[in-house]
Design a protein around this ligand. Structure first.
Ligand SMILES: [Zn+2]
Length: 249
């Protein structure tokens, strides 16, 4: 039997959580029972993920997007009360790892996305090493790259750029990282790949010639938490199971 603390210590050490400045707590967010043998991993600590963890008799829900974001009200009412009540009622621990899980060089969302896509990563750069620069193994047109993303991630990306443009040098950051587009332009990328797009990136892509690809926040961030779960299963002998949700964003 593994204890909650052993799991949290291993995650903190592996992901080097103390090196990050984040806008949600990394680590334990809701305390459940002390002993942990079964963990459900999920992108987000949604009601559906919590109910699934309860149905599975899990001792911990381990996610990328926990709760208690800096910008949220601090009161525990409505949907947040429902989530927390279900966790507490079933003695389920809920732990979240946000930016440390984006940036980890092997288990992180960025590293895992590159592995799924077969991209060559040259280096991490930018704010808290969240951005990644590299290249496609073989240059592709923007249309071909987007078709590849669509088939591997199971979701059609939102694209701004000319479909025939040849893409070789790429910059990427999973999730809601549209705000880093300027860094990708300055790094000389042919295309920037992230999860979401906002209004401004449409114009920036048109005016700079750097293609913008919004491949899905959920779709691009599904892999880090699974890799973390697999590593935990391997290192600490706990059972881990990934819960996926259909999320269009
Ligand atoms: Zn995210």
């Amino acid at each position: 039997m593994t204890t909650r603390q052993e799991i949290l210590d291993w995650c903190d050490q592996t992901l080097q959580t103390d090196l990050f400045k984040d806008y949600a707590p990394n680590g334990l967010q809701v305390e459940g029972r002390n002993d942990v043998s079964k963990i459900i991993t999920a992108v987000t600590a949604s009601r559906a993920a919590i109910i699934y963890a309860a149905e599975q008799g899990a001792d911990m829900l381990l996610v990328h997007h926990g709760m208690f974001w800096k910008s949220e009200p601090v009161t525990i009412t409505g949907w947040k009360k429902e989530r927390i009540a279900t966790l507490l009622g079933h003695g389920i621990n809920m732990a979240g790892y946000h930016l440390p899980l984006d940036a980890h060089p092997e288990l992180g969302n960025n590293a895992q996305l590159a592995e799924r896509m077969g991209w060559v990563r040259e280096k991490q750069f930018g704010e808290q090493n969240l951005l990644n620069i590299g290249r496609l193994k073989t240059p592709q047109t923007l249309d071909e790259l987007c078709a590849d993303l669509r088939s591997r991630l199971g979701r059609a990306p939102t694209v701004v750029g000319s479909g025939e443009r040849i893409i070789s040098r790429i910059v990427w950051c999973t999730g809601g990282a549209q705000g880093f587009f300027q860094e990708a332009v300055e790094a000389g990328a042919d295309a920037y790949i992230t999860g979401e797009i906002s209004e401004a990136q449409f114009h920036l892509a048109n005016e700079t010639g750097t293609a913008f690809i919004g491949a899905g926040h959920h779709a691009t961030e599904r892999y880090g938490i699974q890799a973390l779960g697999e590593a935990l299963a391997c290192e600490l002998g706990v059972e881990t199971l990934f819960f996926d949700e259909q999320n269009p964003a």
